[in-house]
Design a protein around this ligand. Structure first.
Ligand code: SAH
Ligand code: SF4
Length: 376
């Protein structure tokens, strides 16, 4: 198997300096290149006017290869939500979403092309895993988002709360903790200050996991301050075994124990993700069980109305049922919100957007299985 081309975002700053030295150049050239990429979001040699003309193309070719080619772009919510489909060097497709709010900008990124976890309600899960993304392929999605924001703002305008990406969620395609090493690399590149990285606070990054217990423990040991989201979807093993097949390996109790360890180590509230599926996991007793499991822990429940995949037998809960579910969780003193469904009206929504391009689509390309949705 070949690898994506080496990119400076795969390397720590010291490694970039070493790479530049190997090319016969002074180490500070690595810092200059890094500033172009992480502060100006450019990889175009002509933009690099602080580098000798003869050197620009060589260094860019060595350390700033283009990793993402735009394949398709869709906007909705009057341009506030923008979904991007990217083609990688080997033809694999991944999606990311940029969501603008009045006071912040959230970017949802993919960590893998496809996903091997097989959750039956998820469009990405149904297509299986193509491959892990490299650290630089993850980071490049965010840099592309920053570039879009910069292009949209007036050149001389003073920076505002929405002129840069403020939050990043690893809720696009893939299971981030199944691509552990490259995920950790990406967290560092996104959060390290310029010129090492993009300088986005770790506290503003959310890693969402299906519940890979050993990897959650490992993440706890990293001593990072990223937020952890756990996709629980059921408080009992019977339902979770079906909705989240990895539950057959790591049960609800083990997943929650790992989450509480993470919360204790970081002091950060864990977000419990729960896609509400009509008559499958939305019964009042399940809300009560969930509330009692989470009560007294550093947790917050984020309910997601199911976005059905084409041909799926499952659909979202009835509104009254959803409200009752919220009410019951809250009655245990557990904070709960319902995720907004931004971006859903886009035809060929996420997961499906990739499927339509590869011809894997099995149904009409609309409202399909998107999980690239913002946190509430
Ligand atoms: N693999 C990771 C992160 C990507 S999925 C995880 O599972 O946590 C991001 C979120 O979208 C998860 O909470 C996932 O369960 C949810 N999701 C996936 N498909 C969905 C759908 N069709 N409707 C609503 N939420 C969905
Ligand atoms: Fe993978 Fe997450 Fe989809 Fe499950 S919900 S198949 S873990 S992307």
């Amino acid at each position: 198997m070949t690898h994506p081309p080496r990119h400076l975002a795969d390397l720590a700053l010291a490694e970039r300096r070493a790479a530049v030295t190997e090319l016969g150049e002074k180490p500070f050239r690595a810092d200059q290149l890094s500033r172009h990429y992480f502060a100006r979001y450019t990889d175009v040699p002509q933009d690099m006017t602080d580098l000798p003309t003869g050197l620009r193309a060589t260094l860019a070719a060595e350390l700033l290869p283009r990793l993402l080619t735009p394949e398709k772009e869709l906007t909705c919510d009057n341009g506030a939500t923008r979904k991007m489909l990217w083609r990688l060097y080997d033809g694999a497709l991944v999606e990311s979403v940029l969501m603008k709010y009045p006071d912040r900008v959230t970017m949802c990124v993919s960590s893998q092309a496809g996903c091997g976890m097989g959750c039956p309600f998820c469009a990405t899960g149904q297509a299986g895993l193509t491959r892990n993304l490299s650290t630089a392929e993850i980071v490049a999605q965010v840099v592309a988002g920053e570039r879009t924001l910069t292009a949209e703002s007036a050149p001389a305008a003073a920076p505002t709360a929405t002129s840069r990406i403020s939050n990043i969620v690893f809720m696009g395609m893939g299971e981030p903790l199944a691509n552990y090493k490259n995920l950790i690399g990406a967290v560092h590149r996104l959060s390290d200050p310029v010129p090492s990285g993009l300088g986005i606070s770790q506290r503003s990054l959310t890693v969402s996991t299906v519940g890979l217990v050993p990897a959650i423990h490992r993440l706890t040991e990293e001593k990072l301050t990223v937020r952890l989201a756990v996709s629980l979807h059921a408080p009992d093993d019977e339902a979770r075994d079906e909705l989240v097949p990895v539950n057959r390996r790591w049960k609800v109790a083990e997943v929650l124990d790992a989450a509480w360890d993470y919360a204790a180590a970081t002091g950060r509230r864990v977000s419990i993700e729960y896609a509400l599926i009509r008559d499958i996991n939305d019964q009042p007793w399940r809300a009560d069980l969930l509330g009692s499991l989470l009560k007294g822990h550093l947790a917050h429940v984020n309910l997601i109305p199911l976005n059905p995949t084409p041909g799926s037998k499952w659909t979202a809960s009835r509104p009254g049922v959803q409200e009752e579910f919220v009410r019951r969780i809250a009655s245990h003193g557990v904070p709960v919100t319902v995720r907004d469904t931004r971006g859903r009206e886009i035809d060929g929504a996420c997961g499906q957007l990739a499927a339509t391009v590869t011809g894997r689509s099995v149904g009409p390309a609309r409202k399909a299985g998107s999980h690239l949705l913002p946190l509430a």
